[in-house]
Structures are given as C-alpha cells and as structure tokens.
Design a protein around this ligand. Structure first.
Ligand SMILES: Cc1ncc(COP(=O)(O)O)c(C=O)c1O
Length: 416
C-alpha cells in the first residue's frame, strides 16, 4: 500500500504564530540550545554517539522506538542522538515546534520539495535564489511533473500574479545569495496565507540571530548549517524547522531517501551554534566597516551590503534585520574582471574559497547559473568584476589593511 503524507492544502497555517523573542534572550538561548538539563547530572558538552545500531532483548521495544516521532535511536538512518539535539536547538532558536537535520543544505531544500510537492503542482521562487536551489527548481522538479515560476523579487505585484490554484510553495531567501536582496517576508506571507500556500524561507545568510522568518509568517525555515550555524569550515549539514505537521513528512522522506546527517557533523554544528550570537554580532559589525571602506575607495564601482544606508532596500533592512545585516557583501571593481582577478591574487590574508560563513574571511566570485565558475581554477577566466566577500572573525582593521594593499597594487588604469 502506498501512502501520501503531505499536509493537505488549507491546514497549512493552522498552528499558532511563533512567539516573539528579543535578541538578548535569544543570545542566551544559543548557549544552552538543545541541551537536556532535566536529569540530575548532564554533560555540558554532549558525548558524540556514532553508534548506528542499537541492541534490544525485546524486539517490540525496537518497533516502538522506530514508530516514535521523532524516532528514538534504533537504526542510524532513523536519526542519531546528536542529530536530535541539534534539531531541538535549531527549533528553539527559530521558534519552531520541530526541526529535521540532514546531510547538507541542498538536501534540506530537496527534502522540502520531495515531502511537500506532487506532480501537477507549482512552485514560485524569487529569481535570485542560490544557483543550485534554482537548478533544482527549474531543471529537476519538471522531471517530477512540478512547474516552477521564477519571479522578479523586486516587484511586489509580481508574486500575487504568479500564484495559481496549483501553487503549493513559495520559496525565498531572507538575504539572497549572492544578490543580497532581502525578501519582504511580511508582505510575501500575506500573499501565501491568502492563497493557502507554504512559504519556505532559506535563512542561511541571516541566521536566527538576525531574522526569524517563522515570526514573519513563514511556514518552513531552512539553513545550510555548513555556513554560519556550524561556522568553522568543518562540516556539511542542513536543517529545516517548522510546525510539527510539516516536519513529520520531511523526516519520513529524509529517512526514505537516506539524507541522514552523521553524528560528528551534528555535534560540530551544535558546538558552532553555541557561539553563533557573538560571531554574528561581531561579523555584522565588521562587514559594515569593510563595506564602508570599500564604498569610499576609488577603485570600487559599487558595494552591495544590506546594512549600508544606500542599499536599495534600506528601510526594509532596518525592519527585517534590526540586529545587523549579516556577514556577506559584494563589491564590483571599476577595472572589470581583470582587476578583480588581480585583487584576489594580491590579497595576503583573505583567501579565495567557494564557501562562506566560517571563522576566516574569504572572497569568491558570486555563484551564478550563467557560467558558474565553481570548477574554474583560474579566476581570471571567470570574467566577473564582482567579488563576494564573507566576513570572518578577524578585526575590521586587519581586513581593511589587506584589501587596501591589494587595491593599491592594482594598475592605475584598473582604478579609474
Ligand atoms: C543560501 C544557500 N542555501 C543553501 C545552500 C546549500 O548548502 P550546502 O552547501 O550545505 O548544501 C547554500 C550553499 O552555498 C547557500 O548559500
């Protein structure tokens, strides 16, 4: 017998709105998030439990544990204790009833689609969605009979027009990678609620420290925990949080498709999470200073950072991201692609790296669906005058000094 377990339309918004929480409370909560402090004695750092098979004398007990929601440790693909702790922690910080952690951010995105879409249904996504999520939406979902409409996020009239009776999901990023455009979540949620459509928000760039999409009307919030949640360039993980009824099918399909997260990566992600608050606060301040420096430099044609007063969505940024605008910025060199390539090669401390969100600042060409340069070892071949920078934990002064020396080394023809 086959069973469909997706949530029927119409009940998508049944649960109560998530609680409001102030930034200071949230900061304290990151330190204790996920930890079970109810027994008389508990470890302050949870032991890593890699065991993937649990032993029983009574088989009935094994069945009971598998049937529990969330399942209790039994067989590894059903979920491991460290993974469960991470899930509790992220659910807490995002103000969600439950969460499900998986093997990567892309697995989290794919799983939302696998669990909540059926052939004949339709998704609306903002045009500046992370390139690989966009590939999934535009090239993979059609193979399963699901249509996607990509819209211009900047025009508020486009979304209501794009939603049709078959639309099941609207997919946006709080701060888009790499355009850094903000999604006006309250406005988008008004549309999704009106139409009984699930609003799924990729909150990777904002993290719950800067924005909690569920409090703005989202139904599901997801992260590439590979980035800021983990925060140390040493794990790959993804997580989805939301109401219990929406997470249950995600957990079931995660098990079916085998997207299980390992114990070690879950433990590392939780350890990262405990320092998320000071990291994000520091990085946002530093990003602000670096953006201001770049903006004033004659070799730089444009800087994009949601915290700058001239960001096109400055007013929205103040409302959506009151505690900081995040740690990613982009800048475009007047000298074009050759200047960008020269700058990257001349930086002494800041390396070129394809990921972001960790302790070390990095630069990279913005990911794109057109001529993605992921495989290009030669940055000059990529042809981009724009550089994406992820701010780490170095001081603003040191980062600015490195950028200044690399900008100063550009040939003057590249500067004008
Ligand atoms: C915004 C965003 N979402 C999702 C992902 C995918 O995450 P992962 O690399 O963990 O699969 C990325 C990766 O860069 C990203 O930037």
């Amino acid at each position: 017998m086959t069973s469909r377990i997706s949530v029927p339309r119409g009940v998508a918004h049944a649960a109560a709105a998530p609680e409001a929480v102030n930034a200071a409370t949230l900061r304290t909560r990151t330190v204790h998030a996920g930890v079970d402090a109810t027994p008389p004695v508990w470890p302050l750092s949870e032991p890593i439990a890699p065991g993937t098979a649990y032993a029983f004398r009574d088989p009935a007990l094994a069945d009971l544990r598998s049937a529990a929601d969330p399942p209790e440790p039994n067989y590894g693909r059903d979920g491991l204790p460290n993974v469960r702790t991470l899930e509790r922690a992220v659910a807490d910080l995002e103000g969600a009833e439950d969460a499900h952690a998986v093997a990567s951010g892309m697995a989290a995105i794919a799983l939302i689609f696998l669990a909540h879409l059926h052939a004949g249904e339709h998704v609306v996504a903002f045009g500046d969605t992370y390139c690989e999520a966009r590939t999934l939406l535009t090239e993979e979902l059609p193979r399963f009979g699901v249509r996607t409409t990509i819209i211009d996020a900047g025009d508020p009239l486009v979304l209501p027009a794009a939603v049709c009776p078959d639309t099941r999901i609207v997919f946006v990023e709080t701060i888009a990678n790499p355009s850094l455009r903000l999604a006006d979540l309250d406005r988008v949620a008004m549309v999704t609620r009106r139409h009984g459509v699930l609003l799924c928000v990729d909150n990777t760039f904002a993290t719950p420290m800067l924005c909690r999409p569920l409090a703005h009307g989202a139904d599901l919030v997801l992260h590439s925990a590979t980035k800021f949640l983990g925060g140390h360039h040493d794990l790959i993980a993804g997580i989805v949080a939301g109401r219990r009824g929406l997470i249950a099918p995600i957990r079931r399909y995660g098990r079916l498709y085998g997207m299980t997260l390992g114990a070690m990566d879950a433990w590392l992600a939780l350890r990262g999470l405990h320092t998320l608050a000071p990291r994000i606060a520091w990085m946002s301040d530093t990003a602000h200073a670096v953006a201001a420096f770049l903006q004033a430099h004659p070799a730089v044609a444009a800087v994009r950072y949601p915290g700058l007063p001239d960001h096109p969505q400055e007013e929205l940024a103040r409302g959506l991201l009151p505690n900081g605008a995040g740690a990613v910025l982009t800048f475009t060199l007047r000298g074009g692609p050759s200047a960008a390539a020269a700058l990257i090669r001349t930086l002494r401390m800041i390396p070129y790296a394809l990921s972001l969100g960790g302790t070390a600042s990095t630069v990279c060409y913005p990911p794109s669906n057109q001529g993605d340069n992921r495989d290009g070892d030669d940055p000059a071949a990529a042809g981009s005058a724009t550089i994406r920078m992820s701010i780490g934990l170095e001081t603003a002064d040191d980062l600015i000094a490195d950028l200044a020396q690399a900008l100063a080394a550009l040939p003057t023809t590249e500067v004008v």
